[in-house]
Write a protein that binds this ligand. Structure first.
Ligand code: UN1
Length: 510
């Protein structure tokens, strides 16, 4: 372990970064929401929180902003998002560092997250001229049928600690070009990054000139604040990222008032390593997928099925990577694995490992790494060889645990691959075209993301991001995910002098 971080320095550095990013000190020095850094476990700020009454007011203001913003032509709305992208470019180093402080990400991942924000802004700017509707052949002469996409309203965003800034931007960049306003409830574990994004947005809005006030706002507080967002009749869409348990509560509540949801919930992502796999490549992809971000991505690789013919060539090398991987402070060392977010995360990990051992698992790693700081939770990532896919393999534990299982029959591996509740991301490592195509086919992987010869995590923003089954079915980010942020109107225009009815119906009044 490298030198422990001086806690006063982290607190000071945080304040300096926030000031540079444009956040008023009054927002985080004497409030009632304590914010911690997982890097040292120390408190770094106390944020002012919103009451539920404040939240109602914020939503009202967003609704007013929406009513003005929807009248602004979409390419002009794109200009605001272009400016947001520019501000993010300028703030990349500081915001990336803040993400490292607040979420414990290593520097390249903190910066990578901000890069994802920049990328989605670029994507959304182009999209602002491409909110296309179809023209559809009609069965009636002298008629034209078409689709028009209209802005939807206030979009609620609920995000998790592990991507404290990117998830907001995927939603906000699209929502804004689509003509919507945004109200964001970040995780209580990473509220400072949200304040920073708010300040960055404010700068872009100022440069834009006449963006309505309240177009993008942040709600700081606990679950009760999120509930206001979920229950408000002024919020027609909530995009929520978090656990499947959270989604089970949020989804039905939204459905009850016929609001839309984009749910991005748990993942229990798996990879299959086939006999022909390029093992050097697989090794690197598995290491990043399973140990990167300390196993705290929703796309983290959690299960690995390795063909018996390559098991002994791959798994010992993988174990070596697990024992030798550097674990340490992302602020002061070049370690590849930073801390877990908090003590409960560590406890869940230990509980899962115990259960795995009880079910015949052979564990490499998994122990706490002592940094001399009682409240920081660093662990060696754990590789667990399991005789078969039994609990806790079938559950997502948000920690760096990779369960490895041997297979002999491809169909069986595929079946086991799909035999879990979540359906987010998946990978196959093979040079055999038939296996690769089968994995991507109708009876292959049942996930929203299925990859060949790359890992499960680290998706680009250009594709639609999200998953099936208990992952919630939502799609964010690229491709045509924008459609979820707009309402579709089908328009039929009669430019003839007659009134033919569809389906040959006659209804002639005198
Ligand atoms: C998440 O963990 O919530 O594909 C999102 C990835 C990132 C996004 C992860 N681009 O790993």
């Amino acid at each position: 372990m490298d030198t422990p971080v001086n806690k006063i320095d982290v607190k000071r550095e945080t304040a300096a970064l926030l000031e540079k990013l444009g956040v008023e000190a009054s927002a985080y020095i004497s409030g009632d929401l304590a914010s911690f850094t997982p890097v040292t476990g120390d408190q770094i700020a106390s944020l002012k929180t919103h009451s539920t009454a404040d939240a109602e007011k914020i939503i009202d203001k967003a609704d007013e902003a929406f009513r003005k913003w929807r009248l602004v032509p979409a390419p002009k709305r794109g200009e605001l998002v272009r400016l947001l992208g520019e501000e993010l470019r300028a703030a990349k180093a500081d915001l990336g560092r803040l993400v490292s402080i607040e979420a414990g990400k290593i520097p390249s991942e903190g910066l990578g997250e901000v890069q994802e924000m920049i990328d989605i802004c670029d994507f959304a700017v182009g999209l602002s001229r491409q909110l296309y509707g179809l023209t559809i052949a009609t069965e009636r002469p002298g008629h034209r049928m078409m689709e028009t996409w209209h802005p939807l309203g206030v979009v609620g965003v609920i995000s998790a600690f592990n991507f404290p800034v990117a998830v907001w931007s995927w939603n906000a960049a699209l929502a804004l070009v689509c003509g919507n306003a945004v109200v964001w409830k970040p995780s209580e574990k990473t509220p400072l990054a949200a304040l920073a994004c708010n300040a960055i947005f404010a700068r872009a809005a100022k440069k834009f000139g006449d963006a309505p006030e309240g177009l993008s706002q942040v709600l700081i507080g606990d679950r009760a604040i999120g509930e206001v967002l979920v229950d408000s009749p002024k919020v027609p869409l909530v995009s929520a990222t978090g656990s499947t348990r959270m989604g089970r509560e949020v989804g039905p509540r939204l459905a009850k008032r016929f609001a839309r949801s984009i749910l991005e919930l748990g993942g229990n992502n798996a990879g299959i390593v086939c006999p022909s796999a390029d093992l050097d490549m697989a090794l690197r992809a598995i290491a990043f997928g399973a140990m990167g971000t300390a196993g705290q991505r929703c796309t983290t690789l959690r299960r690995l099925f390795v063909h018996e013919s390559v098991y002994d060539a791959l798994v010992p090398r993988l174990k070596k990577a697990y024992t030798s991987v550097s674990v340490g402070s992302p602020l002061e060392t070049s370690a590849l694995v930073g801390p877990l977010i908090d003590k409960p995360a560590f406890e869940h990990m230990q509980k899962a490992l115990k259960e795995a051992a009880n079910n015949g698992g052979a564990i490499t790693g998994g122990e706490r790494v002592d940094t001399g700081q009682a409240n920081a939770y660093y662990v060696k990532p754990a590789l667990v060889e399991m005789p078969k896919q039994v609990a806790p393999v079938t559950e997502e534990t948000f920690a760096p645990i990779l369960y490895v299982m041997k297979y002999s029959d491809f169909d069986e591996a595929l079946r086991d691959h799909n035999a879990v509740g979540a359906g987010l991301s998946s990978s196959i490592f093979t040079l055999d075209l038939q296996e690769a195509e089968r994995f991507l086919s109708v009876d292959g992987s049942d996930c929203g993301i299925a990859n060949v010869n790359i890992g499960t995590s680290g998706a680009e923003i250009g594709g639609a991001f999200g998953g099936e089954k208990e992952t919630g079915g939502g799609r964010e980010s690229g491709s045509d995910a924008w459609k979820a942020y707009m309402r579709r109107a089908t328009n039929t225009v009669n430019y003839s002098k007659a009134l033919p009815l569809a389906q040959g119906v006659s209804f002639d009044i005198e």
